[in-house]
Design a binder for this molecule. Structure first.
Ligand code: MG
Length: 296
């Protein structure tokens, strides 16, 4: 996308950064980073202050942010990012949603969408260090497209499901395979250690991305590990939203990790390259950007 299109206010990439210790909303353009709250105050244009405000504010909030983009002052230095979405009620995750990932892990093709969750302690930002506790040694990465829900709904028909999406971000479903797989059938503890759900760097609004066809990759220390496309999902985003909403009301700010393609350490033959302290892991999704975390 060219800068001219971005400055024409069609592209909305939103991020959160830490200001006085709390997440604050910003706009990323081709030219740089904009502090939405500071611009809003300085120019007397009411605008959302956090990502959740923005999601709840709907079209009106997005229009206010677009108005701020014209003539905005850019931040002088790159901000310290916060998790792209915070304060939502639910962090849901889909397991076993790419055929080749199921094959590499010798698992079984599910008849129904496999749903599990992470808790708020798992959220982390792009650029944040994630601790690998030395008590365990089989830590893994999972590149995933993350849906950000924009409005409340239950029993959402598939054909209307995408109307409930505010936008998309990148996620890494970091996993402690020992706790996830070797201690019974529930995954929560292995999937929700502190920082094990980084999301970011930004949220692109729904109209900017085709969730059924976009490239998704992960790299560890620069080495390509996963390289796929969301077109290979078994349960599409619209199916996932519809199915979950038959069990619980989805709400603005809820996020859904949509599953990972093949290429994780668990699926490697021979000696597996588990994540180790010092590793730099990136999740890249075309049209969104790159979520980068160092493990320590
Ligand atoms: Mg996963």
């Amino acid at each position: 996308m060219s800068d001219s299109r971005e400055m024409g206010n069609k592209i909305m990439k939103l991020f959160q950064f830490y200001k006085d210790g709390a997440p604050s909303l910003g706009i990323r353009t081709g030219a740089g980073w904009i502090d939405a709250a500071a611009e809003s105050r300085g120019r007397g244009i009411p605008a959302p202050q956090t990502m959740l405000d923005c999601i709840r504010g709907g079209e009106e909030a997005l229009a206010a942010l677009r108005a701020l983009m014209d003539g905005a002052e850019l931040l002088h230095e790159e901000p310290q990012l916060a998790p792209a979405v915070t304060g939502g009620e639910k962090i849901l995750c889909i397991g076993l949603n790419y055929r080749k990932h199921i094959e590499e892990t010798n698992d079984v093709l599910p008849s129904y969408t496999v749903v599990f969750s992470k808790l708020g302690n798992a959220l982390a930002a792009s650029g944040e260090e994630i601790r690998l506790d030395p008590a365990y040694s089989r830590y893994d990465y999972e590149a995933e497209l993350v849906l950000v829900i924009g409005k409340a709904g239950a029993w959402i028909p598939e054909e209307e499901a995408m109307d409930y999406v505010f936008g998309y971000t990148c996620g890494n479903d970091v996993s402690n395979r020992e706790t996830q797989l070797e201690r019974g059938s529930q995954w929560l503890l292995g999937k929700s250690m502190d920082g094990f759900g980084p999301v970011g760097p930004c949220v692109v609004t729904a109209e900017e991305l085709d969730p059924d066809h976009t490239g998704i990759r992960s790299r560890v220390n620069g080495e390509l590990r996963q390289d796929s496309d969301t077109c290979h999902m078994i349960f599409s985003c619209r199916k996932i939203i519809s199915y979950i909403s038959e069990h619980m009301t989805l709400k603005p700010g809820d996020i859904i990790f949509t599953g990972t393609p093949e290429g994780v350490a668990l699926g490697q033959n021979g000696e597996k390259q588990w994540l180790r302290p010092g590793d730099l892991c990136s999740v890249e999704i075309d049209g969104i950007g790159e979520l980068v975390n160092r493990f320590v």
